[in-house]
Ligand binder design. Sequence first.
Ligand code: ATP
Length: 363
Amino acid sequence: MTEKFNIAVFQGDGIGPEIMAPTVEILDRMAKVSGSYSLQFNEAPAGAAHYAKTGESLPAASMKVAHDADAILLSAMGLPEVRYEDGTEISPQIELRKALKLFAGVRPVTVRKGQRTPLHMPAGKEIDFVLIRESTEGLFFSQGCGEVSENEARETLVITREVSEKLFTFAFDLAKTRKTAGRGPGRVTCVDKANVFRAFAFFRDLFDKEAARHPDLIADHAYVDATALWMVQKPWDFDVLVTENMFGDILSDLGAGLMGGLGLAPSADIGLDNAVFQPCHGSAPDIAGQGIANPFAMLLSAAMMLDWLGLRHENAAMRRDGDRLREAVEDVVAQAQALTRDLGGTAGTRQAAEAIENALFVK
Ligand code: ATP
């Protein structure tokens, strides 16, 4: 029987619609070729341009589409010149993360043979690890509520047992899934600053309790500063890293740098009941409307969506399609075919997407 999935689609701002269009086209074609699942795409208007037009950045109707969806695809939202009255940026993606309790920010970092990277890669080495950034609390807990007086400013870091336990369960489950798929030794590293802050000693203690439930997996710890060093010196040694919100925010951009830029960095924000899949980059207003945006990070995020849905609904065909889409992008990048300008090539969005379609469908 063909299983049907509802996908909420946030086209967003700037280059958002340009990279979403080929992504939806490719996903739709994969589903039709497979015949084992079908995808119903439901548009959800939101973002800075929508706010400028209507006074609402995330209408209740769009929130409902997201809430009711099996998964959410989001390209990029926000425009530098459009702001709320208090001067802050329009970022409905953060509201979605909070409203849907998407605690696990999953940021894969991969560098395959042939892929451009600022690192000097030893022969035969590839990078393939996942950084999990807690996405609802940590130092971002007090976002917008910091206290500032004339001589002092304070922000509060919050780490809760409830969220940390869910986060660590997620991290160990992911390491197990990767190990079963032949990607990584099944190791989870807790990245913290437990030598200085009691909150991180608490975080680490909860990590150790979860680790004890997984004798088949390896668990270790690393301080965040050492992790930044090792991400440059020996990133091929990592498997699954799990960390607090602000540390993860910073390390995930370092990860994108290892991959040769934001144009190849996908992400997922995952909760118990829903998940948002979106590229790590923003709406790139400087290149919007020119047809030159790189669609690869969006496509890799869509591949993560197929994998997540397939695992959750035990749909093997969908997981296979997730792998095929990811490998198609990785192959095209490694062979330096149809690279957009941010990756040193000359291709436009359409040509780059066509190269992926050819890799997937033309035998
Ligand atoms: P945000 O704060 O929303 O993350 P930002 O202003 O920090 O946004 P981006 O919108 O990601 O950053 O843009 C940073 C730079 O990267 C810009 O020069 C932009 O053109 C480029 N860029 C971002 N995404 C892409 C893409 N998909 N293809 C090509 N260039 C991109």
